[in-house]
Ligand binder design. Structure first.
Ligand code: 5GP
Length: 127
């Protein structure tokens, strides 16, 4: 079910539990600002989720409320993961879903990194 990105942060969301170590995940990178792990249901050969350590529901929430260090740290972490995984030279896609129209299902900001193969059209076409 898509989430409402205007709701307050829910500490019981699945990614909050991963951050607290209550649920296992395949970590690919961690620093003071971000955690990156394999998506449990990959939609490409490589599909990694990068999440900030702070309590932000969505990109909207993060861009409004995070301080400059958090934003810089998170954006840099996304870039580090992409480089570490060898995604830059062949190319990759990054995506953040927000709310119902975006299809966001987990109410903790996450950036999807897709790669490892050609990824096809950017978005479902109207026809
Ligand atoms: P969204 O639709 O919110 O942008 O993406 C949520 C993503 O989280 C989905 O791609 C889904 O497969 C992934 N996901 C959901 N629950 C878990 C989990 O418990 N562990 C991991 N590693 N990924 C999850």
């Amino acid at each position: 079910m898509p989430i409402d990105p205007t709701q307050p942060y829910d500490d019981n969301n699945i990614f909050a539990k991963i951050l607290r170590g209550e649920i296992p995940s395949s970590t690919v990178y961690e620093d003071d600002w971000a955690l990156a792990f394999e998506d449990i249901n990959p939609q490409a050969e490589i599909h990694i989720l990068v999440i900030p350590k702070g309590r932000y529901v969505s990109w909207d929430d993060f861009s409004e409320k995070a301080d400059a260090d958090e934003i810089a740290g998170f954006v840099r972490a996304v870039g580090i993961v992409a480089r570490d995984k060898g995604l830059v030279e062949p190319g990759y896609r990054m995506m953040a879903n927000i709310g119902a129209h975006g299809g966001q299902e987990v109410p903790h900001l996450h950036v999807h990194l897709f790669g490892g193969e050609p990824l096809g059209p950017m978005i479902w076409k109207r026809g």
